[in-house]
Design a protein around this ligand. Sequence first.
Ligand SMILES: Cc1cc2nc3c(=O)[nH]c(=O)nc-3n(C[C@H](O)[C@H](O)[C@H](O)COP(=O)(O)OP(=O)(O)OC[C@H]3O[C@@H](n4cnc5c(N)ncnc54)[C@H](O)[C@@H]3O)c2cc1C
Length: 325
Amino acid sequence: MSQGVFVIFDQNQGQVRHVVLEVLTMARQLELGSVTTLTFGANASQTLKVLGEYGADQAIFWDQEPFTRYSSDGFADAIAHVVPHVNPAVILFPASAWGKDLSPRVADLIGAGLATDCLSLRVSTDNRVTAVRPIYAGKALAEVAIETPVQMFSIRPNIHKAIPDPKTPTVLDLAPVVSPDSFQSVVTERKEAQTGVQELTEADIIVSGGRGMKAPENFKLLDELATVLGAAVGSSRPVADEGWVPHSYHIGQTGKVVSPTVYFAVGISGAIQHLAGISGSKYIVAINNDAEAPIFKVANYGIVGDLFQVLPLLTEEIRALKANN
Ligand SMILES: Cc1cc2nc3c(=O)[nH]c(=O)nc-3n(C[C@H](O)[C@H](O)[C@H](O)COP(=O)(O)OP(=O)(O)OC[C@H]3O[C@@H](n4cnc5c(N)ncnc54)[C@H](O)[C@@H]3O)c2cc1C
């Protein structure tokens, strides 16, 4: 009988992403048996230490050729071959760009049901897991149960708290089955945006601008506020589409999903597609000159006013507060 939880993830330049620790914590809390991890990428000894801190029982590392370059079809095929050896009841992926790309391919190959971008999981009877995931661009939450023997879920970052539970994981020497034909598409080059600013999905504070900013040069007002707050800068979609800011800033249904402690929505109306990307924020602060703007319905704090007056004042006040400690 299938049992245990299989957590599959890649690394960020040799580092374990925070979402993986959140997923490991969820895996343990399901109490469905042992937690086995499969890590793609180098730095196995350091990664093993981190996995042990967060309660992995067994760990598999694949960092050899051909796994040094991502191939969605090749990786999915190799994972599909290893699943019967691990024989899990549940497979978890982070709902990162990597996990979102890979998990449906694995689900298809092994004939498993998959619920994506889940916010929480709970075990019901007979080791079946029920997931809660957003639908209708975050307007509603659905409870999802999967009926296939292996149940697959991808987990939205920054929702679940990562809690350590130290163990000493056993390294499983499971050599991958590699079918050369399966590596049809391979990532040949990776270009990181050289913004010099924090990654939005990892940021604790985000200052985000919309069409109300009026022109690209006005984003310097947001940059200044972000600098004093130690925040990352984001945007609504039209602003990125207009080329006022890079596309990497775009937050929402078709952009990044963020979960900061504080999200400043500046000159953003609060369209449902934008809210889909920010509903995981702990506090939303809206600055808008239209008191009827929908953003105020979801904001914890709101300033009705002209952003061109509010932003410099806010930046100055925070700078003064910080200077006085
Ligand atoms: C399929 C689909 C997917 C989409 N995906 C996304 C997505 O992922 N992310 C996203 O953001 N959008 C998305 N959109 C677009 C979305 O519907 C909205 O059009 C968009 O979010 C509006 O952007 P905005 O709030 O910046 O602009 P607007 O709606 O034009 O709002 C500008 C706001 O600024 C305020 N304002 C103006 N001047 C000032 C001032 N001086 N001071 C203070 N406030 C001021 C106005 O009152 C207004 O509320 C999508 C749309 C579709 C159809």
